[in-house]
Design a protein around this ligand. Structure first.
Ligand code: BJW
Ligand code: ZN
Length: 255
């Protein structure tokens, strides 16, 4: 794997690491991304299903999509990309993993400090009283699950046009404000406010690395764009980090 010389020369100085992940990191676990083609639900755009108006118009259609995804996620296991981030968390002095994914695979891999920006697919939330339950308690069995208050349960994730969880958003922006290396991996970088996080880091003049097999609207702005799948690039990058920090860890002359 080719890593830019500037990155290799400086990696020893990076101690406060913030990572932003998107659906691409789970692609190698067999979970379809939102905007790549090749799946059962291709005829729908995420904007057509992941929104309140779609649920209001056809709750069974939206629930069927989520149930299909829950079934896929239930079979999925963390891949080498997820596992590399667990290792990185153990090596770094400070490490924040921000994810847009709702699949829970970072937690399943063993990452500890995780910021879930778009919620978790295992949770159901009543649209009337806000009561939460897990998907085993109130399963979708072809009928929309109903809360004890009579309201419809919906998946407890963040849809378009809805606010992100306040605390998660605050921690995510703080992490972008305070890191000395920011990495964005497996995201098309088109959904805000998540897509603003690498821009915040860049505006502070710190390096932002993008890892993705395909270029995104952010690629040209990234300090380093590394083309390749997360499951290959991340283990190699973490090995480079481990070597640099294991052998010597000098103090950054600029800090
Ligand atoms: C690999 C790989 C491999 C493949 N290795 N990589 C500012 C500007 C413009 C618009 C807005 C703005 N602020 C708000 C908006 C509106 C909107 C928005 O951003 N719209 C854009 C589409 C233009 N944002 C919102 O509505 C957000 N809310 C909000 O801002 O509230 C305030 C507000 C309220 C009211 C009015 C105005 C403001 C909420 C966004 C919620 C997004 N929700 C979803 C669904 C979550 C639940 C669920 O999972 O069902 O989140 S949509 C979907 O997109 C999901 C994802 O988390 C998100 C991002 O997708 P991601 O992860 O990037 O996946 P893909 O498929 O797009 O990309 C995969 C990438 O992986 C590709 O690049 C591949 O190449 C790559 N890849 N294999 C590495 N092996
Ligand atoms: Zn209720």
């Amino acid at each position: 794997m080719f890593f830019p010389k500037e990155l290799l020369d400086n990696i020893v100085y990076y101690k406060v690491i913030t990572i932003l992940t998107g659906a691409g990191i789970s692609a190698e676990s067999g979970i379809s991304t939102f905007r790549d083609k090749g799946g059962l639900w291709d005829k729908y755009r995420p904007e057509d299903l992941a929104c309140q108006s779609a649920f209001d118009a056809d709750p069974l259609l939206v629930w069927s999509w989520y149930q299909y995804r829950r079934d896929t996620i239930a079979r999925a296991r963390p891949n080498p990309g997820h596992l590399a981030l667990v290792k990185w968390e153990a090596l770094a002095r400070d490490f924040t993993l921000i994810t847009q994914n709702v699949d829970g695979l970072h937690r399943a891999a063993g990452c500890r400090r995780i910021v879930e920006l778009h919620g978790n697919i295992r949770i159901n939330r009543c649209q009337v009283c806000g009561q939460e339950s897990n998907m085993e308690e109130t399963p979708f069995d072809g009928q929309v699950p109903i809360c004890s208050c009579g309201g419809m349960f919906r998946p407890g994730v963040v849809w378009f046009g809805a606010m992100l969880p306040e605390n998660a958003l605050r921690v995510a922006f703080q992490a972008a404000e305070h890191c000395d290396l920011f990495i964005t991996v497996g995201t098309s970088a088109v959904v805000y406010p998540a897509a603003a996080l690498p821009e915040v880091a860049l505006s502070r003049g710190i390096p932002v690395i993008e890892i993705n097999p395909e270029m995104t609207p952010f690629s040209k702005s990234a300090t380093h764009y590394i083309q390749g799948p997360a499951g290959t690039v991340l283990p190699e990058l973490v090995a480079v980090y481990e070597k640099a920090h294991g052998l010597s860890s000098p103090t950054d002359p600029n800090s």
